[in-house]
Write a protein that binds this ligand. Structure first.
Ligand code: ADP
Length: 579
């Protein structure tokens, strides 16, 4: 921000030269007039002296116009020409009385408003006095030619004009200064409200302005800092010395790291608080920026950590509560399912038709509820870090086969075909069999649930890049991209999920993701609305039959084999074509 100087060099010189200049001009003008009028009568000499005197007094008092006694002396001196002109030569009511105006005008130009106002009051009194004298008797008679008096009057009028011009110039300067102050106001307010603690210092290191944030950084400092030495903000004299050294460094240019220093101030409860400070030289002095104590960051971090711990503890308590409740619910539910199963199977004889139907419904609903509670229980166990994997070595194709069989009936009922592609070679894994079964069942049941009549679902089990790949694809309704991003949250469901009548808790995919994570694996959803969905789970659980980690064939080898196969097939096809 650059600020133009309030007045130019010429204006300042004119201001300084105005006082002596005006008085010298008056002296010269009057001296010339008197010289042309010589020889003079005694009364004429008396007037000449009275006329010359204020010019002489102005020159003698030059530079002291602002002192009260000098102002009074000048004002009185400037009343003399008017008074003597009207008393000695003419009536106060003649044109010569204009000389009275010369005083206030000259002083307005030379010594400022206060002197001019004082002189105007005295001149008005002198004029009234002279007017009173002229009423008492006829004037003493024209001692000087009337032309000379008119000349003095013209000189006085010139001075009046000069004085008024000077006043106008002063007002113009004042207005310009006011406008500049207004223009500076936003910058000043911006400085005061800056979020960082900032101090503006004059070249002597006195504070000229301070941003409000300084109070926060140095609460022990006085409320109004303006005019105080900046070093006084420090905790002791060494701080003032450090600041002085930094200011000197900043004045010398400082460089990129120059002007930096550590400033200890009175912090909260008068305790020492160390601030990182930096001084930068400006045309008006210096700006010192203070950085709030690192302790503030540490306190914030500690508070955030405490809040996070409390949130984690609350979440864990919720999960533990859910786990306990789910567990308690399972016991009576098992009784409901067991007894309704007995009724369903008519173990104790036939039931009336209506009761038989109700028994079947109780059994069906009980099973749904049990599945839901199972999901909630598993989820809460995982969230409470209480889910333990019991790993064993097995052929994952067996699990895939069982799951496909379990889902096939439901798929067929819905008019959906279910394919299983697990290859011919065994795929040994070291994993939690129950968890893998749950992963597959969750994915398959979602695929069947969201695939309309006539669609297809495929389960693919493969080795891929040294990991087990379980992928369930369907030709169903699909999921939009933004819904996919929300599906990571427990209990989140997409639009189609909310509209579906089937059992749904919004936990199925989250459980799959979490169970995969427990095995060190990942889950990925690829879907297009209306095109279908493929959920792939990759688990690093491959082993050989002995349970040792499987030798991972480098991808390169795979690619080479595939390339060789493709080349072989190409040759066979070509030779068949030729034959
Ligand atoms: P839910 O128990 O509600 O099925 P999930 O976590 O298994 O919970 O699934 C969450 C939501 O993801 C479902 O409500 C459904 O909207 C969507 N979704 C999951 N799998 C599929 C799929 N194969 N096809 C379409 N939408 C799916």
């Amino acid at each position: 921000m650059s600020v133009s100087a309030p007045s130019s060099r010429l204006t300042r010189w004119l201001d300084r030269a105005a006082g002596p200049g005006v008085h010298a001009a008056w002296l010269a003008g009057c001296g010339f007039a008197v010289w042309t009028l010589i020889p003079l009568s005694p009364a004429g000499w008396a007037f000449a002296l009275a006329a010359l005197w204020p010019g002489l007094a102005g020159l003698l008092l030059a530079g002291r116009e602002t002192r009260d006694w000098a102002r009074v002396a000048l004002a009185l001196s400037w009343c003399l020409p008017g008074l003597s002109a009207s008393v000695l030569f003419a009536s106060a009511l003649s044109p010569a009385a204009l000389v009275f105006l010369a005083g206030p005008a000259a002083l307005a130009a030379a010594a400022g408003g206060r002197a001019a106002r004082l002189c105007a009051v005295l001149a008005a009194c002198a004029f009234l006095l002279a007017a009173g004298f002229s009423l008492l008797g006829p004037p003493a008679g024209p001692v000087l030619p009337s032309g000379a008096l008119t000349g003095f009057a013209a000189l006085a009028a010139f001075f009046a004009l000069t004085g008024l011009t000077a006043r106008a110039r002063t007002y113009a300067r004042l207005n310009a200064a006011r406008r500049e102050l207004e223009a500076l106001r936003p910058a000043a307010e911006g400085f005061a409200h800056a979020p960082a603690p900032l101090l503006a210092l004059n070249p002597d290191g006195m504070i000229t302005a301070a941003s409000r944030a300084v109070r926060r950084a140095a609460p022990g400092a006085p409320r109004d800092l303006t005019g105080l030495p900046a070093g006084g903000l420090g905790f002791d004299q060494t701080q003032a010395d450090a600041l002085g050294a930094a200011l000197t460094e900043a004045r010398g240019g400082g460089g990129a790291e120059g002007g930096r220093f550590s400033f200890t101030v009175r912090g909260p409860r008068g305790r020492e608080s160390v601030l990182a400070a930096r001084a930068v030289a400006t045309p008006a002095g210096f700006v010192v920026s203070l950085q709030e104590p690192a302790g503030t960051d540490a306190q914030t971090a500690a508070r955030l950590a405490a809040e996070r711990d409390a949130a984690v503890a609350a979440s864990r308590a919720k999960s533990e509560f859910l786990a306990a409740v789910s567990h308690e619910l399972r016991t009576p539910l098992n009784a409901i399912i067991g007894f309704s199963d007995v009724m369903k199977q008519r173990l104790f004889g036939p039931l009336p038709a209506r009761y038989a139907e109700y028994g079947d419904l109780i059994h069906e609903s009980g099973r749904h509820l049990l599945e839901l509670i199972g999901d909630v229980l598993d989820m809460s166990k995982i969230e409470a870090d209480r889910y333990e994997l019991s790993t064993e070595v097995f052929d994952v194709r067996d699990v895939a086969d069982i799951c496909a069989k379990m889902m096939r009936l439901r798929a067929t009922e819905q008019g959906v075909t279910l394919h299983l592609d697990a290859g011919d070679a065994p795929i040994h894994v070291c994993a939690d069999r129950k968890a893998l079964r749950q992963i597959l069942l969750n994915l398959l049941s979602n695929a069947v649930k969201f695939t309309p009549d006539g669609g297809a679902v495929a389960l693919l089990v493969r080795r891929e890049n040294g990991a087990l790949l379980l992928a369930v694809g369907d030709s169903g309704v699909g999921i939009s991209a933004d819904e996919i991003s929300r599906l990571g949250q427990p209990y989140a469901q997409s639009q189609s999920g909310r509209e579906s009548n089937e059992r749904s808790s919004g936990l199925g995919l989250v459980l799959v993701r979490q169970l995969a994570a427990l095995h060190g694996g990942t889950m990925q959803i690829d879907s297009e609305p209306g095109e279908g969905t493929t959920v792939s789970v990759r688990l690093p659980v491959l082993t050989n039959a002995a349970g040792e980690p499987a030798d991972v064939e480098p991808l390169e080898v795979h690619q080479r084999i595939r390339a060789a196969q493709a080349a072989g097939e190409q040759i066979v096809r070509t030779s068949e074509g030729v034959a």
